[in-house]
Design a protein. Structure first.
Length: 299
């Protein structure tokens, strides 16, 4: 049974885009995934994204994706929303992944803008609609033009919001002006997909976060959110500023790389990366340690 939700917060408020732990030989580590999921929910997450980019979805098989959803739902599905990444740049494949995620027990879907192909807005509209039509699950769009090459236009967002199962957007566009208009006009539940902009996006109407640094600082993100909701701007700003070294350090290079390195330093399940991602160098690891220490993260 999925946790309760509202139309304002269909997937909760604090979600972490979870890495996919692998064993030392590079195989899927389902036991590690379950332990990490429990750790993250215990730390204050009321939702987890699995099979997203941070979960190395480009290099996991469809079968592995389904196995991971089942394992995480089994571990924390009664306490947290488990949202499965189902987006690719192939609509038919995305529909297959969406249906497989539903069968595996996912509570919702994350659908990223089709990447590399650079479709027009009409193509985006049809792509996301096809995914939403494929299952009975609620859908969170994922707007990240820096990776996909194409933004979801505000008019497209408004039209997509008319679909009864398209209920939210993960915003990694980095444009507070466009976000403000899209939130006001679409009434989608808005989630920050850029940790540095978590607090600013709350100020223009976001309801929560889909975070990478949540692997390390979920309690702080929860406290910042609650301070903002309580109207304590000074406290929310103080927490935001305390976390700046973490936001900066975790994205000096690709976020999956730093996240797995940090989790390993903490003794949490993570394991190696799959190519083309590569491990941090010794120098990069030392810099990460300094960044995290400056933000109050214990390693």
């Amino acid at each position: 049974m999925a946790p309760t939700s509202t139309s304002q917060t269909p997937f909760g408020r604090v979600l972490t885009a979870m890495v996919t732990p692998f064993t030392t030989d590079g195989a899927l580590d389902l036991d590690g995934a379950q332990r990490l999921a429990v750790h993250l929910v215990d730390a204050g997450n009321d939702g987890l994204i699995v099979n997203g980019t941070t979960g190395e979805s480009p290099t996991t098989s469809d079968a592995e994706k389904a196995q991971l959803v089942r394992a995480v739902v089994e571990a924390v599905g009664d306490r947290a929303h488990v949202v499965a990444g189902a987006g690719t740049n192939d609509t038919r494949h995305s529909v297959e992944l969406a249906r497989a995620a539903e069968q595996a027990g996912a509570h919702g879907l994350l659908a990223v803008t089709p990447y590399y192909s650079k479709p027009p807005q009409e193509g985006l509209l049809r792509h996301f609609t096809a995914i939403a039509d494929a299952t009975g699950l609620p859908v969170m769009l994922y707007d990240i033009p820096g990776r996909s090459g194409v933004p979801i236009g505000t008019e497209t967002m408004v039209r997509l919001a008319e679909h009864p199962r398209i209920v939210a957007n993960k915003d990694a566009k980095g444009d507070l002006g466009r976000a403000s208009w899209a939130i006001a006009r679409s009434r989608l539940a808005w989630y920050s997909g850029d940790d540095m902009l978590n607090l600013p996006l709350l100020s223009v109407g976001a309801v929560g976060f889909v975070s990478v640094v949540g692997h390390l600082v979920s309690p702080e993100l929860r406290a910042m959110l609650e301070a903002h909701l309580a109207g304590d701007v000074a406290k929310a700003t103080e927490i935001h500023q305390k976390l700046l070294p973490v936001f900066t350090g975790m994205f000096r290079t690709q976020g999956v790389i730093t996240t797995k390195a940090a989790l390993t330093l903490q003794g949490q399940p993570a394991g190696p990366l799959r190519l083309p991602l590569v491990e941090l160098t010794a120098e990069e690891t030392e810099q990460l340690k300094r960044d995290l220490a400056a933000g109050g993260v214990q390693l």
